[in-house]
Design a protein around this ligand. Structure first.
Ligand code: AMP
Length: 210
């Protein structure tokens, strides 16, 4: 099962992708997390992409494609995968199709911009395992500590309000056209992302089925 998660930054793609990954036992491939790990480890790639990410801009396609296509070729992806944060523009979608054929589901989580800006103020993330929390709606059990790995939570540099606004602009310009692109291929399902996390998830399960 090959799934693409679409949606603006902060729409809840990562949260839902993590739940789907557990449900269907297929890996969640988050380009943002892969990039953040490279930055944390100060690899050559990490050093090259740090500025793009901190400014809220896209990492260049050739670097992104290289990372994603290599990841998808790994053995744990044989039964499928969930792409969380890729593709983010038409060129990436075309490259994905050329390389992997048609996807099974494109799940578009829809949330209006004003709500996203508000949500991001409360977002915390675990720099170790990459999980996201919302201080009001999805808080960790122990204050500021990741439920899964016990690491201290932090705020992503690119979650500053100014950077979030830039990321939303880039989303509307470059990623939103993918909605029509996948609609034309009859692969798109749009879900109201303003519902509670579990309600969005139940909706996704109903769409995908067993
Ligand atoms: P995310 O964790 O999905 O919000 O991604 C964080 C940042 O990583 C984005 O704002 C981009 O700078 C970069 N990034 C993630 N995925 C992609 C992609 N498919 N193409 C280009 N840049 C990406």
């Amino acid at each position: 099962m090959k799934i693409v998660m679409l949606g603006a930054p902060g729409a809840g793609k990562g949260t839902q992708a993590a739940k789907l990954s557990l449900q269907y036992a297929i890996p969640q491939i988050s380009t943002g997390k892969i990039f953040r790990d490279h930055i944390k480890n100060q690899t050559t790639l990490g050093k090259n992409i740090e500025e793009f990410i901190n400014k809220g801009l896209f990492v260049p396609d050739e670097l992104t494609l290289d990372v994603v296509l290599n990841r998808i070729r790994k053995e744990d992806c044989l039964n499928g995968y969930i792409l969380d944060g890729f593709p983010r523009n038409i060129q990436q979608a075309i490259a994905l199709k050329e390389n992997q054929g048609e996807m099974d589901f494109v799940l578009n989580i829809s949330v209006q911009d004003e709500l996203i800006i508000d949500r991001m103020k409360y977002r915390r993330f675990c720099p170790s395992c990459g999980r996201n929390y919302h201080m009001l709606h999805l808080p960790p059990k122990k204050e500021n500590i990741c439920d899964y790995c016990g690491h201290e939570l932090t705020i992503r540099k690119d979650d500053k309000e100014e950077t979030v606004k830039r990321r939303l602009l880039v989303y509307h310009e470059q990623t939103q056209p993918l909605i029509e692109y996948y609609q034309k291929q009859n692969l798109l399902f749009t879900i109201d992302g303003t519902q509670k996390v579990q309600d969005v998830f139940d909706h996704l399960l109903a769409l995908i089925g067993e």
